[in-house]
Design a protein around this ligand. Structure first.
Ligand SMILES: [Zn+2]
Length: 137
């Protein structure tokens, strides 16, 4: 993981603006040019996991716990009226840094951020696909 930019941040080898930390999670400001809302931050595991398929249940829960804590504080401090929790796994999922991370994006009334793509996708096999997925468990 020598080349992983987030591992370098965890090890203190790159400058970053830390916001929150617990035993296994770090939250920090994205690069200035990547910030899309007041309080937008990245929440990562300190340990290297590539993506949702790689991360342990324990660490995933700790990331979500941190997101809950941070979201609550942003709501109180800045009156954020909503939050988007955005994650990408895999190249096809538009993951850019292959170290598990979640974007926490506080939402404000009238912020004009549109995080939900309108793809025009038409489900041609509804409810068949969902029945197949249900059978996986
Ligand atoms: Zn890493």
């Amino acid at each position: 993981m020598d080349k992983c930019v987030f591992c370098k941040i965890v090890k203190g080898k790159l400058p970053y603006h830390k916001v929150y930390e617990n035993e296994s999670v770090l939250a920090f400001a994205p690069l200035k040019e990547d910030i899309i809302a007041k309080g937008h931050m990245l929440v990562i595991t300190k340990k290297h996991f590539a993506d949702i398929y790689d991360i342990s249940q324990k660490e995933l829960h700790q990331v979500m716990d941190a997101i809950k804590i941070i979201s609550q504080k942003l709501k109180e401090k800045y009156n954020a009226e909503g939050t988007n929790i955005l994650h990408a796994s895999g190249k096809v999922g538009q993951q850019s840094v292959f170290h598990f991370h979640v974007h926490l994006v506080p939402r404000y009334k009238g912020d004009k951020i549109d995080t939900w793509p309108k793809t025009g996708y038409k489900e041609g096999n509804f409810p068949g696909v969902y029945e197949e997925i249900k059978d996986l468990f």
